[in-house]
Structure formats: structure tokens, C-alpha cells
Write a protein that binds this ligand. Structure first.
Ligand code: ZN
Ligand code: ZN
Length: 354
């Protein structure tokens, strides 16, 4: 089952030339789940992977940079004659906000469900749950979101199953689904249950215990890093995090990868990423349209894939589309480490194959 995060917008507060407002798209199998929907999100999607048919949206909090893109996107879905239902989840207050902007999108040809979540309440999806984790920010309530896959069955010991008289083929499948076959019980031939993957998106927050706990052992922590350490006072005043603080959370939570986002436009040159790496080496700072693939642990490490929307323009060589990339759009591995220069050419130099 493919699992990846597409960074639709990685800026914070105000858009810059190179960073859109917060929005992150989770893709799992055929599902598309959007976390936050800043102004301009649908335009960012159209410019990159296309305005995907989003199945549901989770809003972290009600600062305008995180949700103002919703009314326009709902309207666009209507104009495209969408008929699949759409669910929007968020903290208490979501219904009031959506009511206030409902005149913008008017009557919709599809079913729209708006649901306010209590802290830690889980939304069950097919094969995973999403839960709102209360974080520390300036709004009355703000959530990060934990995405936790269901446990997976253990490995089937084929040799042992055969020794016990089970014929390879459909009967193996029945054992894996928990059925007893010819007197052989699944627990005789199946290894221990394996954990599913876990992701944590912090939303806007000062460093907080709830994120650290919820993120423990996560495959990927996407944590805001609005400021650099030298602006720590400003971060504390506004209940945001510095890159160093985000990295400390990642280290203590023992995650496999940290991706910092929601960065203020004031730090060019990869400063935030380098700062975070001084504390937690496995840190990435995705730019708009970059993607992180999250394989099961036994299949490898999470990997950042850089976006090149027009390799010809920057003189870069065309890379093969990465596995899991959509519409043939080229993602290339950042294996060489990028310059990290915000707004620098994203297509400069030669690029190793993914
Ligand atoms: Zn924000
Ligand atoms: Zn905020």
C-alpha cells in the first residue's frame, strides 16, 4: 500500500513567491486526504498534480492561512460536477466558520459533511484512523493530526504450513485471514502482528508534550518550524516553534524522519534545515510540490522526492518519474542534498535517479 505526503504549500502566515499557504495532501492507495487548505491551495494543486478528488479535509485551526482556501475549492468541485460526498473535520468552531462562508459556495451537488472533533477523537478510514491531537497555539483550540494505520498480519511461515499439511495456494490466504485450515490454526504458522505506519502532522504549535507523545516512533513527523533559534523569543510569543525545537521533539519522539514546514519567508539558504539537522540528522525541509514517500519499515526509509515542474527551464536533466508520482510528473531524489536555497533554481545541476 503506497503512502506518501505531497506538500501543496509549505509557507506560513503569508504566501511568498515560492511558498504557498499550508496544505499537505496524504495519498494512501487511492485515497486523498488534505490537511489544511490555505488560500490558493486549489491553484497550487492545479499547477502540480491536478485538482485531485479529495476524499476528506482535516483543518488544524482557524487562523486564516490554514482554511481560507476551502470555500473556493468546494465551489470548484461543484463546477466540476463532483458527486462523491466530501467530509471536512476540524476542532470545535468549524461549523460556525463554514456557515459564515457558505454563501460563497452556495448549494453543492454533492453531500458535504462538516464534523467537529473532540480532542483525540478518531475518524476511522479504510485501514487507518486519523485523530486530532490538541496542541499549543494561539487559537482557542488547535489540533495536530495523527494518522495511524491498522496493524498488519505477521508473516506466514510457508515451510511450517506445508510441513503441517497445508497446500500452498488459496489455503495460505485463508490462514493469513485468520481461518483454520485442515486443523492448522493461524497462530501455528503466522509470525507476530506487525505495526502499521504512523504519521504526525503538528499543525501550528509551540513545542508540546502531546505532539511528542503522539509522534512516538512515528515513521514521519511533519512539524512546523516557523522561526530560527535566534528568533526564539518571537516563536514563544506567537506560540510557534523554532527549527531547533521541532528537531528536539523529533529526537525525543524517536521518529524515522522529520519534515519541517510552515517556515517564515525570512530564512533563505536552508538555515532552518541545517539548524534542525544539528539536533536531528534525519530532517528534511520540503518545498512546495515536494513529496515524501513512507514505505513500510522493512521496505526502506522514508524518502524526500524533489519536484521539478519544468526541468528544461533550469537546465536540469529529465529524471524518470518516481514510483508513485502522479500524472507522470517528475519527482527526483534529493540524494545529493539540495542547496536549500529558497527560491533558488529547483532544477539546477544533474540529478541522480530516484
Ligand atoms: Zn499558520
Ligand atoms: Zn496559526
Amino acid at each position: 500500500m503506497d503512502l506518501s505526503l505531497f506538500f501543496v504549500g509549505t509557507g506560513g502566515s503569508t504566501p511568498s513567491a515560492h511558498r504557498g499557504l499550508p496544505a499537505t495532501l496524504l495519498r494512501r492507495g487511492g485515497e486523498h486526504v488534505l490537511f489544511d487548505c490555505g488560500e490558493g491551495t486549489q491553484r497550487q494543486l492545479v499547477r502540480s498534480i491536478g485538482l485531485a478528488d479529495i476524499d476528506c479535509v482535516f483543518i488544524t485551526h482557524f487562523h486564516a492561512d490554514h482554511w481560507l482556501g476551502l470555500p473556493g475549492m468546494l465551489k470548484s468541485f461543484a463546477l466540476r460536477e463532483r458527486d462523491r460526498p466530501l467530509s471536512i473535520y476540524g476542532p470545535r468552531g468549524l461549523k460556525e466558520i463554514m456557515r459564515a462562508v457558505s454563501f460563497i459556495y452556495g448549494r453543492l451537488p454533492y453531500e458535504l459533511t462538516i464534523a467537529e472533533l473532540e480532542p483525540m477523537q478518531q475518524v476511522r478510514r479504510d485501514g487507518y484512523v486519523v485523530a486530532g491531537v490538541p496542541v499549543r497555539h494561539r487559537t482557542a483550540v488547535a489540533y495536530g493530526y495523527a494518522v495511524v494505520e491498522d496493524d498488519r498480519p505477521g508473516h506466514l511461515d510457508a515451510a511450517e504450513a506445508e510441513r503441517l499439511g497445508v497446500t500452498p495456494g488459496p489455503d495460505f490466504g485463508r490462514l493469513q485471514r485468520g481461518e483454520t485450515v485442515g486443523g492448522v490454526r493461524p497462530e501455528q504458522v503466522m509470525g507476530p502482528t506487525r505495526k502499521g505506519r504512523k504519521l504526525l502532522l503538528s499543525g501550528d504549535t509551540a513545542p508540546c508534550e502531546a505532539v511528542k507523545v503522539a509522534a512516538h516512533g512515528a515513521d514521519l513527523l511533519i512539524h512546523e518550524a516557523t522561526f530560527a533559534d535566534r528568533d526564539g523569543e518571537r516563536a514563544a510569543q506567537t506560540l510557534h516553534s523554532t527549527a531547533l525545537q521541532a528537531a528536539a521533539i523529533a529526537r525525543e519522539a524517536e521518529v524515522r524522519m522529520l519534515a519541517i514546514t510552515h517556515s517564515s519567508g525570512r530564512y533563505p539558504g536552508g538555515e532552518l534545515r541545517e539548524e534542525a539537522r544539528s539536533v536531528f540528522a534525519k530532517t528534511e525541509a520540503p518545498r512546495d510540490f515536494d513529496m515524501i514517500e513512507v514505505p513500510f519499515p522493512e521496505r526502506g526509509e522514508p524518502q524526500l522526492l524533489r519536484w521539478r515542474d519544468n526541468p528544461a527551464r533550469g537546465g536540469g536533466r529529465q529524471a524518470n518519474p518516481a514510483p508513485g508520482s502522479m500524472n507522470g510528473a517528475a519527482h527526483v531524489s534529493d540524494a545529493e542534498g539540495s542547496s536549500g536555497v529558497e527560491g533558488g533554481s529547483q532544477a539546477a545541476g544533474s540529478v541522480p535517479a530516484p
